[in-house]
Design a protein around this ligand. Structure first.
Ligand code: BES
Ligand code: MN
Ligand code: ZN
Length: 500
């Protein structure tokens, strides 16, 4: 769906359906003169009297079919004092899905209607464009098209009252488009079946995107990893016929080549069977999304390159397939991490932290980061603790914690702080190696975070995002169907845009 602008004033707006977001109990046509100019018949439309503006309420109202704007879809938001950006996103997404079901080819979203809502005009434009696009996105490239279903809308126009669309509104709409593109990419990658998205496939996708969007991409293979001593990442991939890859992305815009980079590190386990410590069969297919962290990093870096963000960002994708096999790592194995320390593997299903520790070490050896943020579907314990709407945030830096929470909150991705409780690090002691990669089941998300923290040098601003659980929607919503959510892509994008 194209995003367009109509700037000739409400009398000249066109579109098969006008989307009117309204708060409960407010008489929109009376209170918004521009809307009244665009669809003067709305005040006398019989159905409008029944429309209360309750949250989730819709009313489709018809004017004369020959008019330039022949219909209005009134969309209820609930009481004004309770309306927030997430409510607006959801309502708009649901409305756009209705329009698709009806087969409307052109949608009109009046800026004067939007601007009445809380949030600020630019934010509203950005968020509505993003929500409308995400409402139409499906990760269905492997399905044949449904012949019964009408084609999706061709365009959504933002209707402005005046000759001139402000530059800030243009920029906001472009940001919204780019954000939706990034989230859709992250979802598509995570939805990809594991036979079609191996570590090498993921690396190739990264390389293709790098060429297309103008950022750099270097792929380290097994030989390179051996030279760098990455025994942990190698151990994760050893049981698989598909070898591991460490993908290095860099967006370094002109004039920022020498800046300290923001380094994003993503867990890219393209399938997590558990390895020798194999997982139960139920829902194991969802472990194709165990590369959601890497997908979020790749999507964010690609989107930053696409909008030419004035910020140097490096992305590391720690890619491996965790499979049982003759050469697979065993519980009891001791391997060596890239910093030279020996690591005892006790449970091959705790593979994410092994893949990440070598990437974290590599990041700190190679660059002087302004901050390091890793993102991973790391522990079931985090999903159990926080449920399906909150991701775990582990960070000892107050400022970085707040920036991540506010970047996430602004885009509908919520992070909850969890403690890096140092006394528990005692439980990571090993009889045979410098460190054991797991602790007890209790406090599992904290133990995993403490294992990662062990490989982060003092003075490095670092945050760990555990997105296990939120990476996959068990219940669908207008903004995200059942399946991979692309969680994290927006927050990372927002963080880099905000200059972290
Ligand atoms: N990828 C899983 C974590 C996960 C669970 C992600 C559910 C998404 C949904 C991770 O590799 C894993 O298996 N973790 C183990 C660690 C344990 C063996 C210490 C877990 O959480 O059970
Ligand atoms: Mn696992
Ligand atoms: Zn995993």
């Amino acid at each position: 769906m194209d995003i367009r602008f109509q700037n000739l004033g409400p009398e000249h707006w066109k579109g098969e359906v006008l989307l009117a977001l309204a708060c409960q109990g407010e008489n929109l046509p009376a209170e918004c003169p521009a809307l009244d100019k665009a669809v003067p018949w709305l005040t006398v439309a019989p159905g409008m009297r029944d429309f209360k503006g309750k949250s989730g309420e819709f009313a489709l109202l018809h004017g004369h079919p020959e008019l330039p704007v022949p219909r209005v879809l009134a969309v209820g938001l609930g009481p004004r004092e309770k309306v927030d950006m997430q409510g607006i996103r959801k309502a708009l997404a649901a409305a756009v899905q209705r329009c698709r079901a009806q087969g409307y080819a052109s949608l009109l979203l009046p800026e004067p209607v939007l601007s009445r809502l809380p949030g600020g005009r630019e934010r509203l434009v950005e968020e509505c464009v993003c929500a409308a696009l995400l409402a139409l996105h499906r990760s269905d490239v492997l399905k044949k098209p449904d012949a019964e279903e009408p084609a999706p809308p061709q365009w959504l126009a933002l209707g402005f009252d005046g000759e001139h669309v402000p530059d800030a509104a243009h920029a906001a709409a472009r940001r919204g488009e780019n954000t939706a593109w990034a989230v859709a990419l992250a979802r598509d990658l995570a939805a990809m079946p594991p036979n079609l998205l191996s570590p090498d496939h993921l690396a190739r996708r990264a390389r293709d995107l790098a060429r297309e969007k103008g950022f750099s991409c270097t792929v380290l293979d097994e030989k390179d990893m051996e030279d760098l001593g990455m025994g942990c990442l190698l151990a994760v991939g050893r049981g698989s016929a598909c070898p591991p890859r460490l993908v290095v992305l860099e967006h370094a815009p002109r004039g920022h080549e020498q800046d300290k980079p923001l380094i994003l590190v993503g867990k890219g386990v393209t399938f997590d069977s558990g390895g020798i410590s194999i997982k139960p069969a139920a829902n194991m297919h969802q472990m194709k999304a165990d590369m959601s962290g890497a997908a979020a990093v790749l999507a964010a870096v690609a989107a930053l390159a696409q909008e030419d963000a004035p910020r140097r960002v490096i992305g590391l994708l720690a890619c491996a397939e965790n499979m049982p096999g003759g050469r697979a790592a065993r519980p009891g194995d001791v391997v060596r991490a890239a910093n030279g320390e020996s690591v005892e593997i006790r449970n091959t299903d705790a593979e994410g932290r092994l893949a990440l520790c070598d990437a974290l070490i590599h990041a700190q050896k190679t660059w002087t980061p302004s901050a390091v943020v890793d993102i991973a579907t790391l522990t079931g314990a985090c999903a159990v603790a926080l449920g399906p709407q909150l991701a775990g945030l582990f960070c000892r830096d107050q400022d970085l914690t707040e920036r991540i929470r506010s970047a996430g909150g602004a885009c509908g991705e919520n992070f909850w702080p969890l403690p890096l409780w140092q006394p528990y690090a005692e439980d990571l002691k090993s009889e045979v190696a410098d460190i054991c990669h797991i602790g007890p089941r209790e406090g599992g998300a904290i133990n995993a975070a403490l294992f990662l923290a062990h490989f982060v040098q003092e003075g490095v601003r670092w945050a760990h995002l555990d997105i296990a659980g939120v990476d996959w929607a068990a219940k669908g919503s207008p903004l995200a169907p059942v399946g991979p959510t692309g969680f994290g892509a927006r927050t990372l994008l927002e963080l880099a845009r905000g200059g972290v």
